[in-house]
Design a protein around this ligand. Sequence first.
Ligand SMILES: *Cc1c(COP(=O)(O)O)cnc(C)c1O
Ligand SMILES: [Zn+2]
Length: 413
Amino acid sequence: MFATHAVCTECGRRHALERVYRCESCGAPLDVQYQYADISPAAFDPTCGSRADGIWIHHDLLPASASYAVTLGEGRTPLLRCERIGQLLGLSCLLAKDETRQPTGSFKDRPLSVAVSRARELGVDTVTTASSGNAAASMVAYAARAGLRAVVFVPSHTPASKLLQIAASGAKIVRVTGSVSDSMALAHTSAREFGWYNVTTTFENPYSVEGDKTVAYEIAADLGWRAPRWIIVPVGAGPLLAGIWKGFCEMQRAGLVNMLPRMVAAQAAGCAPIARAFRAGAGVVLPWDSPRTIASGIQDPLAGYSQDGTYTLKIVRQSLGTAVAVSDEAILRAIRLMDEAEGLYMEPSAGAAVAALTDLLQDGSMASGDEVVVVSTGHGLKQPFATENELQDIPEISPTLQSLRALDLDTFA
Ligand SMILES: *Cc1c(COP(=O)(O)O)cnc(C)c1O
Ligand SMILES: [Zn+2]
């Protein structure tokens, strides 16, 4: 293993790679450091090795020994060229990093594969997480595979479709009143009280973020070892965005890519603490009151850990990127468009990235020739969005050509 220690992203304090969470001095996110000089550039290459090893083909760049790896063959998702929707929006090179086809249907399989592997290595018997749904679905799958006991805290408003997936694993699920921040607080205190290992993927667990880096390695490799101009990421607290950025920084340091991408944080207008701070030119992110959006995966008010948002904001600025807030209506239009024009079915949170793209093209931040990657973070089946009316409008007929002819097929929406 080449991971050596973790440093605080705010005050720089060093931490040993033990059961650490946030900085013990200031509470800011920790960042795992490696002996990069000893890591071969081949460690970044996602094409060598077996698919069954998942992201662990990059084990030199991950903070757990490969012998403890818990994998479901996550990672190695395709970077799909979206010509039709690019044309519709006026963009010549749009690509979708399709994380909807991960083992449990969202990118969270990457961070949870790492955090649960680390849990095994640390010798714990119970893992816990707070989650808006997708991280919990990943966590219970990896915990099951590792033979660990799992306790999950989710907000009471979690979509039923996400709860069903989690419940199928037989994990202990607890619904907690309030926002996801209240679930976070309870996961934090109960982990302390009962000795459980907390794998929550805000920046609470410093190992999980390392799994997100592998998205960057795959994008760069698919583009012939370079970065796209922009990467748009749906953001709650921002570990995915931070992980992708870190991955590109590592590859630049290793001489594999020349340029770095500009990172865009896409948030829902009903819960946009990072986009609000960016717009205001503020240096610090503050918690959001009364979060309200259909984008359940990014509905994170950051109450009690707004430093996570501040860290993400810092990366957005450092990358010369931007942060945008998009309405629920724009999100629904965007996912509809992605499905109708490209056959990609994504959940509302993922649609925020596509909706942000529309805004950035309109306000001139992006040019029509820019190469843009949107990260499609979660599958549409996670939170299906068709309205009641749409289902009622589907005709039912007897199985004859005559009844089929009686329908006016051209009027179908
Ligand atoms: C968790 C999640 C996000 C947000 O990711 P963070 O890195 O935690 O901010 C975006 N989309 C989906 C579908 C998610 O599940
Ligand atoms: Zn600190």
